[in-house]
Design a protein around this ligand. Structure first.
Ligand SMILES: [Zn+2]
Length: 267
């Protein structure tokens, strides 16, 4: 089979009712969009979901990948240990990524058993789990944090190759928030590059222009204070615009952090 579906997903823990409590009403659009993503993934009866997270452990010149047979994570870091998930790791896909990576000079490093899933995986997983019919397996990896952006598409090509050679139905979640500097009241204050970055990404996706995504100047990336950019470059390298259509489900930033939800489906 192949990569059937993908999504760009934000990951604010406040989307989890136990954590966000009343605040979820301010991110209603994001909540509804992620429910749509969940329905679409589960309708396809996906076998395995690959997550690319900016909050998985950082390893220089490598991608970290969770390697336990059963992947567990909870929201204890956010005061809600009772919200927890355990999914079987797709070791076959994980190992194929590692092997394929070697051919391209991309190093995947298996994380030891002490590592639990990060919230970049858990928040989108919380939604995917809502409409589940048959429990899928997961693979969860970090972004490649240190490779030059021009070379980052190699990572997506590796995922694409592994996805096209497996007999399984694959979905991908590119986890990431947009700028954290959309509002003065936000976590890092306002910077004009904040909204600029979010608009550049949204317009590039609307125009189906990958070149525009990878040529966003470094200073804008830095000033915008994003965490999703490398996940986005990776997913559009694994699921290129020629073969996949996109739908921007929502974008909002009531707390100064941009939450963008994009659905990516086969043409
Ligand atoms: Zn983040």
């Amino acid at each position: 089979m192949t990569i059937l579906i993908g999504a760009i997903s934000p990951h604010p823990p406040l989307l989890i009712p136990e954590i966000g409590r009343g605040e979820i009403k301010y991110v209603k659009k994001t909540d509804e969009s992620l429910k749509t993503v969940s329905k679409k993934f589960n309708e396809l009866d996906i076998d395995t979901v690959i997550f690319i997270s900016p909050h998985a452990p950082f390893i220089r010149n490598a991608i970290s990948i969770y390697s336990n047979e059963d992947l567990y994570g909870d929201f204890s870091q956010f005061g809600s240990p009772e919200v927890s998930f355990e999914f079987e790791n797709d070791l076959e896909i994980m190992n194929s990524l590692i092997d394929e990576g070697k051919k391209y000079g991309i190093n995947f490093v298996k994380l030891s058993k002490d590592y639990y899933l990060d919230h970049g995986v858990l928040v989108p997983l919380y939604y995917l789990n809502q409409n589940i019919k048959r429990k899928f397996k997961i693979v969860a990896m970090s972004q490649h944090f240190t490779i030059d952006i021009e070379e980052l598409p190699i990572v997506g090509e590796i995922i694409k190759k592994v996805g096209s050679e497996t007999g399984k139905k694959i979905g991908i979640i590119a986890s990431g928030d947009m700028s954290h500097r959309l509002l003065e009241t936000g976590p890092y204050g306002f910077h004009p590059s904040g909204p600029k970055f979010d608009n550049l990404i949204i317009n590039s996706i609307k125009n189906e222009n990958f070149q525009d995504i990878i040529s966003i100047p470094e200073n804008i990336l830095e000033e915008a204070g994003e965490c999703g950019y490398r996940s986005i470059v990776t997913i559009f390298s694994a699921m290129p615009f020629e073969d996949y259509k996109t739908e921007i489900l929502s974008h909002e930033g009531p707390f100064g952090v941009g939450y963008l939800v994009v659905l990516i489906e086969r043409r």
